[in-house]
Design a protein around this ligand. Structure first.
Ligand SMILES: Nc1ncnc2c1ncn2[C@@H]1O[C@H](COP(=O)(O)OP(=O)(O)OP(=O)(O)O)[C@@H](O)[C@H]1O
Length: 874
């Protein structure tokens, strides 16, 4: 199918000279065409046939489908439409807002009127684009958000703008404000319950991607008013009006105000301070709209919704503090956001009766809009003066001032791409295309030149800030000085700074009041001259002060420069030092690195040695264990061996002892025999032959023979009695006196057989006196010891005390009594003697030596020499 280029409706704004008079008015203003945007919604179903496609950001091509009514008859071709911008179904809400509506908000803030409407078939996305839903905010909430973000710091607080019923505003005084606030509060109280229902919805609606308008006039204060109306069945209903069952919604009149702006007479205009407030109102209006439609059994898509934001702004005074309380100084601008009814044809909807009439009305109003725009275009193009039938429909009547007066007009054509809508879409496209030819006078913001310096509020704020800072600093440096003094010096007539004189009203000469006017004017001029002089004087004073300050600053500057130079020198030195230190650091760092490396090597070595040491320690401990084992082994072996040896030794000792005892017995026998020979008693030969032989040999020796004969004469002849055996002379008749010498701690014997002395003295410490006592003739030493078996052995060494030629005395030991006790069940080895056996033999040599050491007292009163004792014993 060949694309048919029907027409390219886009036209750029004509140069000033070429612009013809707007509509019916004949003024020479710069004009701009109505800007038309096309937005294509996604197809409702994926299976839907599509009848258009977007070829670029400005072009859309409409292709007639087979189901189109005139498809076969008219042999339709593809049609291309060019718009200011085409948004395909992927474009997001924010982008649509930025391209289409943001400039309108900017215009609104700058005091220009704006109109934005969505136009299209039912279900093509008009409401979606204008209002959106919770997740996808539409143009309206975004406009509000941008507006409030921009004017947030400049919203009227102390003053209130009050709308009169003639579409104008007044500024209320502070007292009036209070009253107004009271009323507002009351109203809010009644609204609270209603508000709660809407809060959630509103809160979510308020969250849109932030956008702000930059570079707005800061010397104004702002107030935002909202009104929301519905045009339905050619009637205008106020959606913000309080209604009751008795008072249902009444159609409102459309009127023209003093500035030729159209307005809904008596419409509820509510001041809103935030986006939330505005959206809350919008939701209220939506609810009322739905309610009304339910009552009327109608559909909301059959009505036009007009949501108007009115921005009221008034300049601040010369001081930049208060609002200029002049009604004429107020600027009012408005932005109307219109969601038009669906533009379908009646024959397709199949409506009948009431619905058909409604549809007819809707289409009539849209038709009127179309007609108006067509005539406007025609008038503009042909310089014709055809009457534009604005009054034929409420909606066009309401828009009259936008088309006829000044303002920015923009339209978004919403399109459903499905093939079923082709016929209606084609009509919409044609209308949109035509609309782009309509020229609208470029609005000029209505701003009165009041002779006020721009930026005074900002300047005032800065001045106050600087002033406070200076005062603070002054107080800091001169705490004693009166603050007031300083403040006085700072007193400045800001009025003089910001303005020479307030606005001079327009004066027309030639009238009867001319003289009066001239007088007034001359007064004003005189005042101005005076003020100018004042300013000049002030200027001179300030100039001088400034010069002085400058001079002071210059000298300070010089001092600072000198200081700076010296500091620079110090800095250079410091830098050099730092460099030197840095070099040192580098050197140290490298040596640290080196040391670290070495340290690592050594650590490695230490680890190795440690491992070796551990191994060796283990080895040593193993060897120690082994050694200990060996030692124990040998100790036990040694113990066994020594046990064995001691046993053998003991046996040998016993044998030796027996042998010695035998020898001793032999000797005693011989002695006895010698004594018998000496005493003349017959010798009993009890000994062995060897003894006899020895004895005979002894008898035959001449010395012995003589000795025997010498002894033999005085002896008694009583046979068989041991004459000189002193051991047996124990009878009491002997008349001996015994000296018993015992150790200090002797164990009591407790035996039946006790040593008995008839006449005795017992001492533990022997003295000369005891020994030399006259009657003491016998000495007995008692000694206790443990034998090899551990048994207690008591020995009594007995001897005679014989006086010596030197006047002393000597002891001649001649007997030993050995006292031992044994257990009757235990037979002591090698003991043949029974208890209390008195040994007939003399004590052995070792014992005698022992006795000597124990009885180491010389009878003559000096230490006994070893040789003497030996001698005196036998
Ligand atoms: N660009 C879009 N992206 C996603 N969904 C969309 C888009 N445009 C419209 N829709 C969806 O299409 C449906 C109809 O849209 P909408 O109600 O805005 O149409 P309308 O033109 O206002 O209809 P009516 O004239 O009946 O009021 C809605 O569910 C909406 O969410």
């Amino acid at each position: 199918m060949k694309t048919m280029r029907q027409k390219t409706p886009l036209k750029v704004a004509a140069p000033k000279s070429a612009i013809k008079n707007r509509g019916n008015s004949g003024n020479n203003l710069v004009k701009d065409p109505v800007q038309v945007y096309c937005r294509i919604r996604p197809p409702p179903c994926e299976s839907d046939l599509i009848c258009l496609r977007v070829t670029d950001a400005h072009t859309v091509v409409l292709t007639p489908p087979e189901i189109a009514i005139n498809y076969k008859v008219a042999n339709l071709k593809e049609t291309q439409y060019i718009f200011k911008r085409v948004f395909d179904d992927t474009v997001r809400q924010h982008e649509v807002y930025t391209s289409v509506a943001q400039p309108l908000v900017e215009g609104l803030i700058r005091g220009r009127n704006g109109l934005l409407f969505t136009y299209g078939v039912t279900g093509s996305g008009k409401t979606y684009t204008m209002t959106g839903d919770l997740q996808h905010r539409g143009i309206m909430p975004r406009c509000l958000d941008a507006l409030f973000r921009t004017i947030a710091d400049f919203q009227a607080k102390k003053y209130t703008f009050k709308s009169d019923r003639l579409n104008s505003f007044d500024i209320l005084t502070e007292a009036e404000v209070l009253l107004e606030r009271q009323t507002e509060l009351n109203a809010k109280l009644t609204k609270t319950t209603r508000k709660k229902d809407l809060d959630q919805e509103v809160a979510s609606q308020a969250s849109v991607e932030p956008s702000e308008i930059s570079g707005i006039e800061e010397d104004n204060i702002y107030a935002v008013f909202i009104n929301y109306v519905e045009v339905y069945n050619n009637s205008v209903y106020d959606l913000l009006e309080e209604t009751t069952i008795q008072k249902t919604m009444q159609s409102k009149m459309i009127r023209e105000d003093a500035n030729h702006n159209m307005f809904v007479h008596g419409v509820t205009e509510v001041e809103v301070k935030s986006v939330e407030d505005a959206l809350e109102l919008f939701q209220i209006g939506q609810k009322r709209k739905r309610m009304g439609h339910t009552i009327l059994n109608a559909e909301s898509s059959r009505s036009h919704s007009v949501f108007t934001i009115r921005l009221v702004q008034a300049p601040v005074d010369v001081q930049g503090e208060n609002v200029v309380q002049d009604r004429n100084a107020i600027t009012v601008s408005q932005l109307s956001l219109v969601d038009l009814a669906g533009s379908e044809r009646t024959n397709r909807t199949g409506n009948t009766g009431q619905r058909l009439r409604e549809a007819g009305n809707i289409n009539n109003s849209l038709m009127t809009l179309r007609t108006c725009l067509e005539i406007l275009r025609e008038n503009q193009q042909t310089c014709g003066g055809k009457k534009v039938p604005y009054r034929d429909s409420k909606i066009t009547h309401l828009f009259k001032n936008y088309f006829d007066g000044e303002g920015q007009v923009r339209m978004i054509v919403c399109v459903n791409p499905r093939a079923e809508d082709y016929d209606e879409t084609a009509q919409v496209m044609k209308f949109a295309e035509m609309t782009q030819d309509v020229q609208i006078a470029r609005p000029t913001p209505i701003k009165l030149d009041m002779g006020l310096t721009p930026g005074r509020r900002r300047a005032n704020q800065l001045f106050k800030l600087a002033y406070d800072e200076m005062a603070e600093r002054h107080q800091l440096h001169h705490p004693q000085q009166q603050q007031q003094q300083h403040v006085d010096r700072m007193e400045i007539d800001l009025g003089l700074v910001y303005s020479l004189e307030p606005f001079v009203a327009e004066m027309k000469l030639g009238s009867p009041e001319s003289n009066e006017l001239i007088r007034k004017l001359s007064e004003i001029l005189e005042l101005r001259i005076k003020k100018r002089k004042l300013l000049d004087d002030d200027f001179n004073v300030r100039q001088n002060r400034f010069r002085m300050n400058l001079h002071k600053m210059e000298s300070e500057n010089l001092a600072l420069r000198t200081e700076s130079i010296s500091l620079k020198g110090v800095l250079t030195q410091s830098k050099q030092k730092i460099t030197a230190l840095e070099n040192k650091i580098v050197i140290y760092e490298s040596s640290i690195d080196d040391l670290n490396r070495r340290n690592r090597v050594l650590e490695e070595r230490v680890r190795e040695l440690q491992t070796q040491l551990n191994q060796k320690t283990q080895l040593v401990s193993q060897k120690e264990l082994e050694k200990e084992r060996q030692r124990k082994k040998f100790t036990s072996k040694f113990a066994v061996e020594s046990e064995k040896m001691s046993r053998e030794l003991e046996i040998k000792l016993m044998e030796q002892k027996n042998k010695l005892q035998d020898e001793m017995r032999d000797k005693e026998e011989r002695l006895r025999m010698v004594s018998e020979i000496v005493q003349g008693t017959p010798v009993k030969r009890t000994r062995s032959n060897s003894f006899d032989k020895d004895f005979q040999r002894l008898e035959s020796t001449p010395n012995v023979k003589s000795l025997v004969s010498a002894y033999a004469a005085p002896r008694s002849s009583r046979p068989g009695t041991a004459v000189s055996n002193t051991r047996h002379r124990r009878s009491r008749s002997t008349g001996d006196r015994w000296l018993e010498h015992r150790a200090a701690n002797t164990v009591p014997l407790g035996t039946i057989l006790q040593p008995y002395y008839s006449n005795s003295k017992s001492v533990t410490k022997l003295t000369d006196k005891d020994v030399l006592a006259e009657k003491t003739t016998k000495y007995c030493l008692i000694q206790q010891d443990a034998d090899t078996e551990g048994e207690l052995e008591t020995k009594l060494y007995k001897g005679d005390i014989i006086p010596t030629s030197g006047g002393g005395a000597q002891v001649v030991f001649n007997d030993v009594e050995c006292l031992k006790q044994y257990s009757p069940t235990k037979t002591p080895p090698n003991r043949k003697r029974s208890v209390n056996i008195i040994t007939p033999s003399a004590p052995p040599l070792s014992e005698i030596q022992n006795i000597n050491s124990k009885c180491s007292t010389a009878i003559e009163g000096h230490a006994v020499a070893e040789g003497q004792n030996k001698r005196s014993r036998h």
